[in-house]
Design a protein around this ligand. Structure first.
Ligand code: BES
Ligand code: MN
Ligand code: ZN
Length: 507
């Protein structure tokens, strides 16, 4: 990402900029200026709020109105964004601010002249709020233009490189919070870029190369196992899923360590670069967005980079389980039996339940690092979408307090998640007549949970583990909203970084 972010304490009405963003609350007769908006509001005859009211504004969340300032303030354009009702007490919610800043920047970035130099005069009386504004603004100005051609596209790329974001805040610690936000936004953008890349341009080898490059830049230790090393090492999940593709599988291990760290976290991400379903082929309508099936691996890679950039006082390892799931004469067959790393056997009754196979290899391997916690992240099941929709990811764990900690960490980071159970009785549904376990249950109910139960089979007693199913939230097939664009969203990336931060604090 090429935007630059800074903090300023000057009055937003006198700052030299192309646009100034202010917030308005709903609830009154006219939109009420929020904290930070008063000098800009007062610069307009009768107050900008009454003009906004004439234009039909209410101050509802993410409502965006762009107004020419005609000299009332120094910036030629004022963007008024809705923040919803003013909270009765306490500061405006950070996530409301991120989404408002995101909506404003999406709108400004869509102009022919681009966003330019933007001043964000949204409520930022705390460092947390300043960070939230910066994060939302940066994520809202994201665009993926790799495949666009022509003069228009070139101009757009040049303009977006010129975007500068200035957060107005007098809060102590605002500069640090904005700096952290920039690192997180870069991580989320990396995840989005990898997800949005066409699957022919991001086959397993490409994802492994991307990891190599990032490891070098971010000073991470890296190990890549190719298809030969995988089959020799007994990684039957990756080998079995990858064998139908002309593009062989990879397992990537990244490691970050801090000399004063006392805790270690391990992340395992599902990296199916394209999921056709294999011989259990998906219908066309379910397949066209399966380039996003490597979201989990992308999040792990991006989070590892952010952890290193932030210099967290924690040890972290990240595994990317990377394969392409394709049907062919060499593909695994429904009823084939494979042996996961460590030796457990799986009867593959449905080749479209491939994520759990590659993840099993990664989870078993992650135990060798002896981490205090393993967190896996995967676009694992369509059932996740049935249960929680497109914006809320699921958190399952073999430890209720870990599960609740992660849901809380996600919430504090502005990511929506919900705790889900791992009912023991679902294990019987995965009994195989020939192997240790089958990869799908006979019954379709609770598909997200039985996938979690399958993964749990590969976790040792006494090892703390959580599983994030991000199938829905990782890819936005609908319209953009808040700071979330169409396509790859980066969901879960910030939560992983937050978990590492919390384990750094436990040190
Ligand atoms: N990658 C899919 C899950 C998925 C679905 C992710 C929709 C994102 C959006 C996964 O590999 C899959 O195909 N799961 C199957 C499992 C089934 C065969 C038990 C599913 O959910 O249909
Ligand atoms: Mn699948
Ligand atoms: Zn999949």
């Amino acid at each position: 990402m090429s935007t630059t972010l800074s903090v300023n304490t000057e009055s937003p009405s006198s700052l030299d900029a192309d646009a100034v963003v202010v917030g308005y609350h709903s609830g009154g007769d006219a939109p009420e200026p929020a904290s930070g908006a008063h000098t800009v509001d007062a610069a307009f005859t009768g107050g900008l709020g009454s003009t906004l009211s004439l234009l039909g504004a209410s101050g509802a969340p993410e409502e965006v109105h762009t107004i020419a300032s005609l000299g009332a303030v120094k910036a030629p354009v004022v963007v008024a964004v809705g923040l919803g009702p003013a909270p009765a007490d306490g500061p405006v919610d950070s996530d409301v601010l991120s989404r408002a800043a995101g909506a404003a920047l999406r709108s400004l970035s869509a102009r022919p002249e681009g966003a330019g130099r933007v001043v964000l005069a949204l409520p930022a009386t705390t460092a947390d709020q300043a960070g939230a504004v910066a994060l939302g603004a940066e994520l809202g100005s994201y665009s993926f233009d790799r495949y666009r051609t022509g003069e228009k596209a070139e101009k757009k790329a040049a303009r977006s490189a010129e975007t500068t974001l200035t957060v107005v805040s007098e809060a102590a610690g605002a500069a640090d919070a904005v700096e952290r936000a920039a690192v997180l936004a870069e991580a989320v953008s990396l995840t989005r870029d990898l997800v949005n890349t066409a699957p022919a341009d991001l086959v397993p080898e490409d994802l492994a190369s991307a990891a190599q490059e990032i490891a070098q830049q971010a000073d991470l230790e890296i190990e890549v196992l190719d298809e030969h090393a995988l089959s020799e090492g007994g990684y039957g999940g990756l080998t079995g899923v990858g064998q139908g593709s002309a593009n062989p599988p990879r397992l990537v291990r990244l490691a970050y360590s801090h000399p004063e760290a006392t805790k270690k976290v391990a992340f395992v991400g599902k990296g199916i670069t394209f999921d056709s379903g294999g011989l259990s082929l998906k219908p066309a309508g379910s397949m066209d967005w399966m380039k996003s099936d490597m979201s989990g691996a992308a999040s792990v890679l991006a989070a590892m980079r952010a952890i290193s950039t932030l210099g967290l006082k924690v040890n972290a390892v990240g595994y990317l389980t990377v394969a392409e799931n394709m049907p062919s004469g060499t593909a695994q067959r429904p009823s084939d039996v494979l042996s996961i790393y460590g030796g457990k056997t799986v009867e593959v009754l449905n080749t479209d339940a491939e994520g759990r196979l590659v993840m099993a290899d990664g989870l078993v391997r992650a135990h060798e690092d002896e981490p205090d916690l393993i967190v896996d992240i995967a676009t694992l099941t369509g059932a996740q979408l049935v249960a929680l929709g497109t914006r809320v990811f699921a958190v399952m764990s073999n430890d209720d307090s870990v599960r609740d900690e992660i849901v809380a960490a996600a919430g504090a980071e502005g990511e929506a998640s919900w705790p889900m159970p791992l009912p023991a009785e679902l294990r019987a549904g995965l009994n195989s007549s020939v192997a240790d376990i089958a990869n799908v249950a006979g019954e379709r109910w609770g598909g997200m949970l039985s996938a979690g139960i399958f993964l749990q089979e590969f976790i040792e007693e006494g090892t703390k583990w959580a599983h994030l199913d991000v199938a829905g939230p990782s890819f936005n097939q609908g319209g953009p909203h808040g700071y979330t664009p169409k396509g790859g969203t980066g969901a879960g990336t910030r939560t992983l970084v937050r978990i590492a931060e919390e384990y750094a604090r436990k040190a």
